[in-house]
Ligand binder design. Structure first.
Ligand SMILES: Cc1cc2nc3c(=O)[nH]c(=O)nc-3n(C[C@H](O)[C@H](O)[C@H](O)COP(=O)(O)OP(=O)(O)OC[C@H]3O[C@@H](n4cnc5c(N)ncnc54)[C@H](O)[C@@H]3O)c2cc1C
Length: 456
């Protein structure tokens, strides 16, 4: 992706697009939090995943560690992109995680509790352990929620063999077990009728499963079927065309507009509705089923003034500042920016958001615009990847001087071995490896910084 796949790729190759200087703004933003609570931070970050830790590192540099806190209940931090390879037995799940304590930047306060309530009119949040914390600036990085329970029969079905899901830590190894135990029959892969993170992941595991079954001599006994709710195989035509070729050449069956609604694990049956023929369902027997669950915004945002109608954090897609609360910002999967939700997008967004916050803190206009850069390394076998990188308009934004629409061994190496390293040592540390600061940004935007009526 125009350096999308993880802007960190761009970093690695020191490729970055230049941003134009902006016209200094004059709007004034006076943020004076009411100190209703005992704890107060200049910058409070909600969520300690990819976006939250990245922004904590950046904010530590900006305002000093003692002025930054991150609220995150989980003991462990995971590099989720590796789970695609874990589900196919190419990596061990253990190497995808590190203790949260080791990734929270030193000196930054880690509040180990879930956020339970956000009150943007009072600039406060309440955590699960009853603390009220006030902030001057808030960065929301809460990720998204998985909803296995929205499929009838789940999550109980995961107790049965033959079913797995790369989307959660608890079920990713079950994918690998199902693949290893495959004897003969249908290998089914689903894609839900909701926004998802890494929209390529539901089909990457299909290509890997195909490769595994070929390697082990079982492919002739398998029908590999990808049932997707989408009307397309992939959202960007250039890459979709390449994927259709692969699907055809490898005898993979693709059924568009099919949504998984029920799993009868005791009978190894999966029920799909045909979205273009309301009321019509199809039942598939399976030997192996990979479930990509429905996904939605974090519970704590639902009904909150920070959320849009669908429940996602309502930010300006150019500068990542909240549309109504100028001291609130968002990054990553929890936002409503209309791009594919990936860690690559987080990397691109972090550079823009860093700049936006710096400017807002100085009462001047944001001058960088996020172009929607996102990236998806489409793993097509145990040694090949198509590196899709694109922007808000679905236009390819490729980093490398090769045709990224072709399967590449080098790109596989990058996905499997280099990117995890760049994630832990570059992105999370906001290492300032040059390009981190500029990727995913373009131009300046003549936009008012604040809506003072909402700031206290
Ligand atoms: C199988 C799979 C494959 C993927 N492949 C790729 C890939 O190849 N390339 C790529 O770029 N991306 C990929 N991704 C997507 C990528 O991992 C996410 O887009 C990225 O992690 C988003 O970062 P985030 O900070 O928005 O959310 P997350 O990293 O998910 O972090 C959200 C954090 O918020 C915390 N949280 C939740 N609720 C609360 C609460 N109430 N209070 C406090 N904290 C809370 C969570 O514990 C979590 O730590 C993949 C994801 C999966 C699952």
């Amino acid at each position: 992706m125009a350096g999308p796949v993880l802007c960190w790729q761009r970093s690695a190759w020191m490729w970055a697009r230049r941003t134009r200087p902006l016209v200094p703004g004059v709007s004034r933003l006076h943020v004076s939090s009411r100190l209703l609570s005992k704890e107060h931070y200049k910058v409070l970050v909600l969520g300690g995943g990819s976006g939250g830790i990245t922004m904590s590192s950046r904010m530590k540099r900006k305002v000093g560690a003692e002025n930054v806190a991150v609220v995150e209940p989980s003991e462990m931090h995971y590099y989720q992109p590796l789970w695609t390879l874990v589900g196919a037995g190419a990596k061990k799940v253990q190497i995808s995680g590190r203790p949260t304590a080791s990734v929270v930047p030193s000196g930054v306060t880690w509040i180990k509790s879930p956020v339970q309530e956000i009150d943007p009119d009072r600039n406060t949040v309440r955590t699960g352990d009853g603390k009220q914390i006030s902030y001057q600036y808030l960065i929301v990085a809460l990720g998204l929620q998985l909803h296995y329970e929205k499929i009838k029969g789940l999550p109980e079905a995961f107790k049965y063999p033959g079913i797995g899901s790369n989307y959660s830590l608890q079920t990713v190894n079950k994918t690998w077990e199902a693949l290893q135990n495959f004897k003969e029959g249908n290998a089914l892969f689903s894609f839900p009728n909701t926004p998802v993170k890494c929209a390529g992941a539901p089909q990457k595991i299909m290509y890997l499963s195909d490769a595994y079954l070929r390697k082990t001599g079982k492919r002739s006994k398998a029908n590999i079927i990808y049932n997707t709710s989408l009307p397309v195989l992939f959202g960007v035509k250039k890459y979709a065309d390449c994927l259709w070729e692969i699907v055809k050449n490898r005898d993979l069956q693709v059924n568009l507009r099919h949504e998984l609604v029920e799993v009868r694990a005791d009978r190894r049956e999966a029920v799909f509705t045909k979205l273009d023929s309301p009321g019509e369902t199809v039942v598939y027997e399976y030997e192996m089923l990979h479930v990509t669950p429905p996904m939605g915004p974090p519970e704590v945002l639902k009904g909150n003034p920070l959320a849009d109608q669908a429940g996602w954090l309502d930010v300006d897609k150019d500068v990542l500042q909240h549309k109504r609360y100028p001291n609130v910002f968002g990054i990553g999967d929890c936002t409503n920016v209309p791009t594919s939700k990936t860690a690559a997008a987080v990397a691109a967004q972090s550079a823009v958001l860093d700049r936006t916050i710096s400017r807002v803190m100085r009462d001047i206009l944001p001058d960088k615009k996020y172009d929607g850069y996102t990236s998806c390394p489409l793993v097509t076998s145990y040694n090949t990847v198509i590196l899709a990188e694109f922007d808000y308009n679905g236009q390819p934004l490729e980093t490398f001087p090769i045709d990224q629409g072709k399967e590449s061994r080098i790109m596989y190496h990058m996905k499997a071995n280099l990117m995890p390293h760049l994630y832990w040592h570059g992105l999370l540390n906001a290492a300032g490896y040059g390009p981190w600061k500029t990727t995913g940004a373009q131009g300046h935007i003549p936009r008012r910084v604040s809506n003072l009526s909402k700031v206290h």
